[in-house]
Design a protein around this ligand. Sequence first.
Ligand code: ASP
Ligand code: MG
Length: 403
Amino acid sequence: MARIVQKYGGTSVGDVERIKKVAERIKAIRAEGNELVVVVSARAGVTNELIARAKAVCDLPSDRELDQLLAIGEQETIALTAMALHGIGVPAISYTGAQAGITTDTVHTKAKIKDIDASALEKDLSAGNVIIVAGFQGVNDEGQTTTLGRGGSDLTAIALAAAIKADKCEIYTDVDGVYTADPRVVKTARKIEEISYDEMLELASSGSKVMQSRSVEFAAKYNVVFEVRSSFNHNPGTIVKAEVASMEKVLVRGVAVDKDQAKVVVSNITDKPGSAARVFRALADAYVNVDMIVQNIGRAGVANLTFTVPQTETQKAVRALEPIVKDLGGTVSIYEQVAKLAVVGVGMRTHSGVAATLFQTLADAGINIQLISTSEIKIAVVIALDKADEAARLAHKAFGLDA
Ligand code: ASP
Ligand code: MG
């Protein structure tokens, strides 16, 4: 007998037919003698719809009321999943986040989990029930409903798995697992069998998002091993776990492309101590997320600063920089026809030449590199948007990832 936490995402519980399929899957796993705690998301699209309705009645909905509203998406699916199980003779009971003992801090719409008191859940579990928990929500010390940030059902599942010391944690989604590249772009992409937390986080921040990043960070912190797999078939998925020595044998685990980035160039700004600090302070104060940064060598008392921001934040960035360029001189230009390509792998730590191989591959195809950034396990470049797919295919091949 094993204790298993499963999480089903929005498409897996997207309508009543899908919910019945999930119930059948749960029934079969329980019949093998396992204990099951199941976390569900809202039906796909429901959270977005609720947010749209909130904005339709008020320009700036309060975060507290948003949480009251958003929490209902998951409350629909927990009750329906429990009923679907009853319908096929499986004892089940649904829990809201509060009922599951998930307490959070007071930051509405992006609350952090503080503690989980699983005593009620444990009691119902030993009575033979399947427990269905609403993902993405909790309760703060004042009894207010909170939510855990978009995609937060992943976090609910990982945190519950840690709290009840589950033997297994399975994240069910609509893809078979984590791939070496986006299979829609790179036809030769393969499913990755095992990936480290760090690689998974770097791939996610580089544009191939399968799970909420905070949930992966949480899993790394509490060493929760989990599997990402599909609820639409029975194929094995991808195991995400702490790094082991054998993982270093692979130079590059995966290639990611992010097409939602824009390049910002602040040119001819006065070259003196504090200029860069002012630029990035203004951006930080406006909550603009800056990624890659390059400053060229100043000439004739002026310098250029180039960096990337999410495309959705370019206008915010321009507005934040207006007073600064007025003061320090210079001009701000935005380039949206760019993409970020990243290769990620823990093997880079112990092998040299990964950067050279990537740059040569791009050079041979006549693809110009506009910006470069690296971490211990990642090399990322900004290139022209219309070259992104080709570059991904070439890098995938160059690092031996083709099937
Ligand atoms: N329903 C929430 C969202 O769409 C949480 C989740 O699906 O994980 O962000
Ligand atoms: Mg999700």
